[in-house]
Design a protein around this ligand. Structure first.
Ligand code: SF4
Ligand code: SF4
Length: 407
C-alpha cells in the first residue's frame, strides 16, 4: 500500500491555516481519506497537539465508513505504529506549531516518534537509512482531494498593529494590491507587505501591483504602513525566529541570536555605527552554512530588509538618531507645550531624574539629556501640557519662559 504523508502543522500559532481548513471541512476530509484508502493509499496525517478534538472527529467519521484508523501521540515509538497498522493514522505532535515542521525530514521524524530534527534539503536526505518521505501540506492535500473548490491560496492577513484575521483565499495570480484591499488598509499608507515564513520576503509598496509568489508556502501576510518602523518589524521578526531556531547548527542558532540582538539594540537606542555592516557580512555566510532552511531564510530576509529599508534603519543610530516612523518607544520624547503650561510645578516635583527646569508661573522645560522617558510628568500634569512625541517634535523653548496661559 502506498503511503501519503500530510502535514497540518502550523508555522505560526496565530495562523494555523491548514488546520483551520481541516476543522471547517472535517466531514469532507474524512470522505476524501476514505476514498484515498479505497484507491490503495495509507494516509498519515500530522496534526498539532492541541488538535485532539479535530483528530477524534476526523477518525470517528473515517471509522464510521468502515476504514481502519487511529490516533497516535508523536512520542509513540515507531514499532508501535507498525504493530497496529491502520489505513489512516493521525499523529498528534507534541508541539502546536513551529517553523521546523516545514522541513520534510523534521516532520517525518515525528511520525517515527522522534524529535523533529531538520536536514538541509527537503526530500533529498535519508534518515534511518531511508529516504525522507515527501510531505504535502494539509491545504494542498485538501485541494487535491477536491475538498477545497478554489485554486487560490489561503492566508491570514495581519493588520499593521499585528492582529491576525481569519484566513481568506487569494486567487491564483493575486497581487500585493489584492492583499491590501482585503486588509481594509488605505493603499496610500502602505509601506510594504511581509510574506511570512517559509517565503519570508518583503514586498515594497512600489511592487504591490505585481503577482505574489506564494509557491514556497505562506500562511500569514503582514501589512506595514508608514506608521510602522521597519527596524521594529525586523526586531519582532528576528525575536520570533529566535524561538524557532532549533539549535542544531551554530550558524543558524548563533546567527539568529546576532540578528535579534542587533535589531533589539537598534530599536532600543543602543545601535552602533557599523550594525548593518555587521549584518551585511554575517547574513550571506549564515545563509550558506545553516543545516536547514529555517535560519538561512532569516539571513536572506535580513539582507532584503537592509536593501529595502537600510536608510530608515540607519536613521536610528546615525545623524539625528530618530525613528522616522515614530513607532519605536525608545525614540519617543516628552515635551511641555508653551500653549498649555501654567507653571504650577507639579511635573517638576514628579520627576525623579531632575530633568525638568522651571519655577512658578514659568513654562517648564524638559532637559532631554537627563529625561529617562518614564512618563511621570505627563501623569502629574492636569493641564495636558506634557506630550509624548515620535518623529515630529513640538517646538519648545530651550529654557523656562514666562507663562502665556494661567491656571
Ligand atoms: S507642564 Fe503641567 S505640571 Fe508642569 S508646570 Fe506646566 S502645567 Fe504644571
Ligand atoms: S518623562 Fe520622567 S524623566 Fe522625563 S521629564 Fe518626565 S518625569 Fe522626568
Amino acid at each position: 500500500m502506498d503511503k501519503l504523508y500530510v502535514n497540518f502543522m502550523p508555522q505560526y500559532a496565530d495562523a494555523p491555516v491548514s488546520l483551520w481548513l481541516l476543522r471547517k471541512h472535517v466531514g469532507e476530509a474524512a470522505k476524501a481519506a476514505v476514498e484515498a484508502v479505497a484507491a490503495g493509499t495509507q494516509l498519515r496525517l500530522l496534526l498539532p497537539a492541541g488538535a485532539s478534538e479535530t483528530a477524534a472527529e476526523l477518525t470517528a467519521a473515517i471509522a464510521a465508513a468502515g476504514v481502519g484508523t487511529r490516533v497516535v501521540r508523536g512520542s509513540d515509538p515507531d514499532d508501535e505504529a507498525e504493530a497496529k497498522p491502520a489505513d489512516v493514522i493521525v499523529t498528534l505532535n507534541r508541539a502546536d506549531f513551529g517553523f521546523v515542521y516545514t522541513n520534510d525530514r523534521a516532520a517525518a521524524q515525528v511520525f517515527s516518534g522522534n524529535k523533529p530534527v531538520p536536514a538541509h534539503h527537503n526530500g533529498e536526505v535519508t534518515y534511518d537509512g531511508k529516504m525522507a518521505p515527501k510531505l504535502v501540506s494539509g491545504e494542498a492535500w485538501l485541494r487535491g482531494a477536491g475538498v477545497l473548490a478554489g485554486e487560490g491560496t489561503y492566508v491570514s492577513i495581519v493588520s499593521p498593529d499585528g492582529a491576525y484575521a481569519e484566513p481568506v483565499e487569494l486567487a491564483a495570480g493575486a497581487t500585493g494590491a489584492d492583499v491590501v484591499a482585503a486588509s481594509g488598509v488605505d493603499a496610500a499608507e502602505v509601506k510594504a507587505l511581509y510574506l511570512g515564513f517559509p517565503t519570508s520576503v518583503f514586498v515594497p509598496a512600489a511592487k504591490l501591483g505585481e503577482p505574489l509568489d506564494l509557491s514556497a508556502g505562506c500562511d500569514a501576510i503582514r501589512v506595514y504602513t508608514t506608521k510602522n518602523c521597519m527596524a521594529a518589524a525586523m526586531d519582532r521578526i528576528a525575536k520570533g525566529w529566535r524561538k524557532e531556531s532549533c539549535g542544531h547548527c551554530v550558524f543558524g542558532h548563533e546567527g539568529s541570536w546576532q540578528i535579534a540582538t542587533i535589531f533589539g539594540d537598534i530599536v532600543s537606542k543602543r545601535g552602533q555605527a557599523n550594525d548593518l555592516d555587521t549584518l551585511g557580512n554575517l547574513c550571506p555566510v549564515m545563509a550558506k552554512n545553516t543545516i536547514c532552511d529555517v535560519d538561512a531564510t532569516l539571513a536572506r530576509t535580513t539582507q532584503q530588509a537592509i536593501e529595502l529599508f537600510g536608510d530608515e534603519i540607519r536613521a536610528h543610530y546615525t545623524g539625528a538618531k530618530t525613528c522616522p516612523s515614530g513607532e519605536c518607544a525608545a525614540y519617543k520624547t516628552y515635551h511641555i507645550l508653551v500653549s498649555k503650561c501654567v507653571g504650577c510645578g507639579e511635573c517638576l516635583k514628579a520627576c525623579d531624574d531632575g530633568a525638568i527646569l522651571g519655577k512658578a508661573d514659568f513654562v517648564h522645560v524638559i532637559n532631554q539629556a537627563k529625561c529617562t522617558q518614564c512618563g511621570q510628568c505627563r501623569e502629574a500634569c492636569k493641564y495636558g501640557a506634557v506630550v509624548r512625541a515620535g518623529a515630529k517634535k513640538p517646538k519648545t523653548p530651550p529654557r523656562p519662559i514666562p507663562c502665556r496661559v494661567h491656571a
